[in-house]
Design a binder for this molecule. Structure first.
Ligand SMILES: Cc1cc2nc3c(=O)[nH]c(=O)nc-3n(C[C@H](O)[C@H](O)[C@H](O)COP(=O)(O)OP(=O)(O)OC[C@H]3O[C@@H](n4cnc5c(N)ncnc54)[C@H](O)[C@@H]3O)c2cc1C
Length: 420
């Protein structure tokens, strides 16, 4: 039995990109949320991520983009090097967003993004060291509204009208909804930041290097920092990937990227060891999202909890930001009074959110998988030819498809105050 209970309109599980962005979206429509985070602070594992024009439109809608936009330079050019043949292909990364503005992705510090979101929330909204263990549902006999008792590992409980699982790829909430577990893509990734105290002197270009079963890349974030990554197929015993950063760096330079060009070695050599991490790459089959429930009653999921995907289009975080705006807009339809939701209408709003997100998420999961498969593929003549054709004709189309998307705006204040 819980040893104490408090009340909240909405409980959001997870203070990652999806959870914080959803809390900001709800805050903008006048609804407070409690954000539960199992760690004792904001987790910036992965160091940085690229945000494409669709993500920036979502950040515009959340009122956040102005804090980050001026700090990071858009990357409009990319070069792809086949490590064995040394063939280099140039690809433009500049794309038009739905508003007709042409830009490229910007590589942003994860910590800066999380902090930019968190500082928009009222003090005390995020409860750190609070791990969700499960929740129970009942229907209030007087109002016939669904109600949820959310249980934490310290024995406390929170009663809420709505539960939103933003708890990542191994989401407890997704499991409770009946969604299948995310499955392994058979690949892992290592990521980190390289710091050049005197400046790196690199152009603001995304460099990628492809070798048998491996793909690596680096991109300047500003004049001194370069984000780098390497994805590779790994043997089964790699499940116990080391967490020692010195060993990770050594593995990359001396083994995994041994044949890669000097520019990549130099970047990895400058790694800030505190930023290095290995991650298994997982995804959910789009049809599992169709047959599993993405919402049930007043419970739903967002971000990786809904649509884990391989990072081969750099869109997981972007879609998490889009989810937040769309979810905020639909929940906005159920505001009954300032700060209060009509719990009987929320279920319908969440179904609207799921309908709006399903195709988008399924398409981007599929595109990411295909992109990863072609780019990280083998070295026989067929896969090489496929890659050349892919970079010539398909890569930019896929990037444009994923990034030319406008998730729309949050509900307007007039609409909310009318209490429709
Ligand atoms: C190698 C790699 C590269 C990537 N590159 C990009 C990129 O360039 N661009 C991009 O847009 N995306 C990229 N992504 C994807 C992106 O990182 C994710 O899609 C994004 O972080 C998802 O955010 P989230 O909030 O849904 O999940 P998470 O960031 O995983 O956050 C979930 C949070 O929930 C907390 N949590 C989990 N369980 C519980 C619980 N039971 N109780 C309380 N708290 C809990 C966790 O501690 C965590 O803080 C990449 C991913 C990988 C692996």
């Amino acid at each position: 039995m819980p040893n104490s209970a408090c009340e909240a309109e909405v409980v959001i599980v997870g203070a990652g990109i999806a959870g914080l962005a959803t809390a900001v979206a709800l805050h903008r429509i006048g609804i407070g949320a409690v954000v539960l985070e199992r760690s004792d602070g904001l987790r910036a594992t992965g160091a940085a991520l690229s945000l494409f024009p669709n993500a920036w439109l979502a950040l515009d809608a959340l009122g956040i983009s102005h804090k980050l936009n001026p700090i990071y330079v858009p990357l409009t050019e990319g070069s792809f090097t086949d490590v064995q043949s040394k063939r280099v292909q140039e690809v433009s990364l500049a794309a038009e967003n739905c508003k007709g503005e042409v830009s490229g992705p910007r590589v942003v510090h994860r910590k800066a993004l999380l902090e930019a979101l968190a500082e928009e929330l009222p003090a005390g909204s995020i409860r750190f060291s609070s791990r969700l263990t499960g929740f129970e549902t009942k229907v209030d006999p007087d109002s016939s509204e669904p109600q949820y008792t959310v249980m934490l590992d310290d024995g406390t409980a929170i009663n809420a009208k709505v539960v939103i699982g933003c708890d990542g790829v191994h989401s407890v909430v997704a499991r409770k909804l009946g969604l299948s577990s995310a499955i392994s893509s058979g690949r892992w990734a290592v990521r980190g930041l390289a710091v050049f105290a005197e400046g790196h002197g690199m152009a603001h270009t995304v460099h990628q290097f492809v070798d048998a079963g491996k793909r690596a890349g680096c991109a300047a974030m500003n004049d001194k920092e370069v984000y780098w990554f390497l994805t590779c197929k790994v043997p089964e015993n790699h499940k116990d990937a080391t967490t020692d950063p010195e060993t990770i760096k050594k593995q990359v330079i001396e083994d995994l990227a041994r044949d890669f060009p000097p520019i990549y070695h130099e970047v990895v050599d400058h790694a800030d060891l505190t930023t290095l991490s290995w991650a298994p790459l997982v995804f959910r089959y789009p049809w599992d999202m169709l047959f599993g429930k993405l919402a049930d009653g007043n419970v739903t999921v967002a971000g990786d909890a809904m649509h884990p995907m391989t990072p081969d289009l750099g869109q997981g975080g972007g879609l998490a930001l889009e989810d937040a705006v769309v979810l905020g807009r639909h929940i906005g339809f159920t505001v009954a009074a300032p700060g209060k939701l009509d719990g009987k209408k929320v279920g319908q709003a969440l179904r609207g959110y799921v309908r709006e997100r399903w195709w988008r998420a399924a398409a981007v999961i599929t595109g990411s998988y295909v992109s990863g498969w072609v780019q990280g593929g083998g070295t026989n003549w067929f896969t090489r030819l496929l890659r050349i054709v892919f970079y010539m004709f398909a890569f930019k189309k896929l990037v444009n498809y994923a990034s030319k998307y406008d998730c729309g705006e949050l509900s307007t204040r007039d609409f909310i105050s009318s209490g429709v």
